[in-house]
Write a protein that binds this ligand. Structure first.
Ligand SMILES: [Cu+2]
Length: 476
């Protein structure tokens, strides 16, 4: 994967301070160079020598280049759309205006087919962010986040994210999606003993509709065993930036013989960098973790499920001067509890003064054989006109009530939130932009309304979002 960033020319000819609306045009090229250019166009991805696929990517690759930006330093980005489809580039995790955030619902203009757009953004907050298309897919599995339109943005805040000898950006991905009557997800791994505070007394037993599935996986653009190994030396501290860039599934990852010290969630440093064997990333989530390379050998890092790993989700980690076969060891524990990374794990969050509650209930209307499921928020379809109205400066506690049989990675654009309650476990100090609400589970987050403008909330599973799992927040 190309780690080089796009152009770094400092020519803000059009970058007047405060410029909010992007310049979108079918043909005209704006004068001067942008700091970064993203060209949306068909690409081929060689997962393995005998497995090459065609998709849409950025700058000739998928994932696109890792873009490194400085926190608070405005940059211009030219987005060039060499496809026949109107496109949007969303900057996931950034606190930027609706006009450039990259969501149609918020009023960001599309980059027209064979057109271009120049935007200015002020990157922030510091940490691991990412960019991806926000086009809808509906029933077309060659559109939206099913394509290869994704990449990391790392926003440098000037603070070393932990001393390290090597830094790697690894995106977990699935490819060649197809519709299936089988629920995919992590059902096999979900803990049946987990609390289910939102489980309805009477379940809707109507047959579920089609879900999206995959049998093809990679880390970045390579299936396990096909790319170069990650080469390490004993004693090194390696910083892994993980991203789950899947459009369809939450994923777990483990490194045989090693533990991850989690230092940041969704790019934001955590109060308590706990050690874990297995990480769980909801679609759209990021985890930054340090691994002490203290167990020489040749190891496999990958999905703990044998079938998913065998289908490509993994990479080999090779210590110098080792000549064994790559080894996999099933992790002793799949447990992942993000409240571990908070303050006073298990202790009550001091109740904020004057925090306003927002309740969100999520339900699935089963689609039945051959059709799609539909999702409702508070019993209603999108867009919930004037239901979620924020007052600037106000702090809100949003309670997510997941009355569906599936875990959903929920994301709020243009804001970050603090996780305060996950299925009854209280925590504080865990700042994220996405949170996985377990099946029949409940989570609460708090955020301060400090980013005026339309703000999209949605499940990060593309099909769920397309079929109703979204809401538009507005400011009074
Ligand atoms: Cu969902």
């Amino acid at each position: 994967m190309a780690l080089a960033q796009a152009g770094t020319a400092k020519l803000p000819l059009l970058a007047q301070d405060g410029m909010a609306m992007p310049m979108t045009s079918a043909t005209a090229t704006p004068p001067g160079h942008a700091d970064y250019t993203l060209r949306i166009a068909p690409v081929t991805v060689e997962l393995a020598p005998d497995h090459i696929l065609s998709t849409i990517g950025y700058n000739g690759t998928s994932p696109g280049p890792v873009l490194r930006m400085k926190e608070g330093k405005p940059v211009t980005v030219d987005i060039i759309n060499d496809t026949d489809t109107p496109e949007l580039v969303h900057w996931h995790g950034m606190l930027i205006p609706s006009a450039v955030d990259g969501a149609e619902e918020e009023g960001t203009p599309f980059v027209p087919p064979h057109g271009r757009s120049r935007i200015q953004i002020t990157p922030g907050p510091a940490g691991s962010r990412w960019y991806h298309t926000h086009a809808m897919s509906m029933n077309d599995l060659h559109k939206g986040t099913y394509t290869g339109q994704f990449g990391f943005v790392y926003v440098d805040g000037g603070n070393d994210p932990g001393r390290n000898d090597q830094e790697l950006f690894l995106a977990l991905r699935d490819w060649e999606p197809f519709f299936s009557g089988q629920m995919v997800d992590m059902d096999e791994m979900e803990d049946p003993t987990a609390p289910q505070p939102e489980r309805p007394a009477v379940l809707n037993t109507a047959p579920s509709g089609l879900e999206v599935n995959s049998n093809t996986y990679s880390i970045n653009d390579k299936a396990l065993g096909s790319g170069e190994p990650i080469r390490v030396r004993e004693g090194q501290r390696v910083l892994f930036h993980f991203l789950n860039a899947s459009a369809i599934e939450n994923r777990r990852i483990a490194l045989a013989g090693h533990k991850f010290q989690v230092i940041a969630l969704d790019g934001n440093p955590v109060p308590n960098p706990a050690l874990l064997e297995t990480l769980l990333l909801g679609a759209g989530e990021r985890i930054c973790a340090i691994v002490e390379m203290n167990n020489p050998g040749i190891w496999i890092m990958g999905a703990p499920e044998d079938d998913i790993r065998a289908a490509g989700l993994g990479v080999i980690v090779e210590y110098a001067n080792q000549h064994k076969q790559p080894q996999w060891i099933k992790p002793a524990s799949l447990a992942y509890d993000l409240t571990l990374f908070g303050n006073n794990s298990g202790a009550a969050t001091p109740a904020s003064q004057n925090v306003q509650p927002i309740d969100m209930i999520f339900e699935k209307i089963p689609g039945g054989v051959g059709k799609f499921n539909i999702f409702l928020v508070n019993g209603k379809p999108y867009p919930h006109e004037n239901e979620f109205v924020l007052h600037q400066g106000q702090r809100y506690r949003v309670t997510f009530r997941n009355r569906t049989d599936d875990a959903h990675p929920l994301h709020l654009h243009r804001h970050t939130w603090e996780v305060v309650d996950l299925n009854g476990k209280l925590t504080s100090g865990v700042i994220k932009d996405t949170v996985v609400v377990p099946f029949y589970g409940r989570a609460s987050v708090e955020f301060t309304a400090n980013q005026p403008g339309l703000t999209l909330f949605h499940c990060h599973i593309q099909q769920h979002m397309d079929y109703g799992f979204k809401a538009l927040f507005r400011y009074a």
